[in-house]
Design a binder for this molecule. Structure first.
Ligand code: ADP
Length: 305
């Protein structure tokens, strides 16, 4: 079925991204709760139509590790994209002060399986692997979203945002500066996976912006500096896994099949991990932190007056 705006009841805002807003909506005919992303694009109708057509391939991206796509449409110069609502949000907001190793292994296995499915079954390279693009629900399911399927959409979003957190592999950072777009291969996503794992383990981005004078210095550190590692209290097996992702040379990075066979993920497969329990505690921790921040903010305001 094709979704349109008339069928949707708009609920609360779930978050703001670089390119638009994500709202919770109810699809009235089916009573399905969805997340709707609004992307504002200054494009003519033909180009907007091309984007909607290109997004159609997402109907085939059905796997337990992929956020389900329900449909897309445009109104004026906005593209609206409807997907499965994930009630625990993105991992960047759940990582707290760092995700424990056994949970990280389970999350990583979902990510690798999702990335392998995209590549093997749909010939899609994700191109934007990072904790914000990994969504979680209270059932403990972990799913990927926001992968690059529409060339036209990608072109239109362009490089307005370099951001202060780059998950780009060294060869891509070098390639961009040489305006060389041919350097993107599936192993660039493997780098981003490794970097995301370190971020989740630390609870913060591994190249903290405050350490660098500017974005250029930060990108130089990614290309030329030491590769980051998991914290000391992580096992050697987990550290070895990450080092298989974070080689500076893309051809030395592991394939998805190799990663799935690595002891870090092979062991995880045999384990019984309480993911719903972890999600509940991560959400509770986050709420407590937000409350503390609000109280501090209030206290500082009262102090000033
Ligand atoms: P970005 O551009 O940074 O990747 P998005 O625009 O994709 O961010 O999303 C913004 C925020 O909206 C996310 O950080 C996430 O918390 C929330 N969000 C996005 N998609 C969903 C979804 N399907 N279900 C629930 N929350 C979502």
């Amino acid at each position: 079925f094709a979704i349109n705006m008339d069928q949707l009841q708009l609920d609360e805002e779930l978050g703001k991204g670089n390119y638009g807003t994500v709202k919770k909506v109810l699809h009235k005919p089916t009573k399905v709760a969805m997340a709707m992303k609004e992307i504002r694009l200054e494009l003519d109708e033909a180009k907007l139509n091309a984007i909607i057509m290109e997004l159609d391939i997402l109907h085939r991206a059905v796997a337990p590790e992929i956020v389900e796509f329900y449909g897309a449409f445009f109104i004026e110069s906005c593209v609206y994209y409807c997907m499965e609502y994930m009630d625990a949000g993105s991992l960047d907001k759940l990582q707290g002060d760092g995700i424990p190793e056994h949970v990280l292994a389970r999350i990583t296995r979902s990510m690798v399986r999702g990335l392998k499915f995209l590549k093997d079954d749909l010939q899609i390279i994700h191109r934007d692997v990072k904790p914000t693009n990994v969504l979680v629900n209270r059932r403990g399911e972990v799913k990927l979203c926001d992968f690059g399927v529409s060339g036209q959409l990608e072109k239109s979003l362009a490089k307005t945002n370099i951001g202060c957190q780059s998950y780009m592999a060294p060869e891509r950072i070098r390639g961009e500066s040489q305006n060389n777009v041919g350097t993107y291969t599936v192993s660039s996503d493997v780098w981003s996976l490794g970097l995301s794992m370190i971020e989740m383990a630390l609870g913060r981005y591994p190249y903290p912006p405050e350490t660098y004078a500017n974005v250029f210095a930060q990108l130089t550190a990614i290309v030329d500096g030491d590769t980051p590692e998991l914290p000391d209290d992580f096992s050697d097996i987990s550290k070895d896994f990450v080092s298989r992702c974070l080689h500076k040379m893309p051809e030395r990075r592991a394939s998805y099949a190799e990663l799935l066979q690595h002891p870090f993920l092979a062991q995880d497969k045999e384990k019984d991990i309480d993911m719903p329990g972890w999600v509940a505690s991560a959400l509770a921790y986050r709420e407590q932190k937000l409350r503390e921040q609000q109280q501090q903010h209030l206290a500082s305001q009262l102090g000033m007056s």
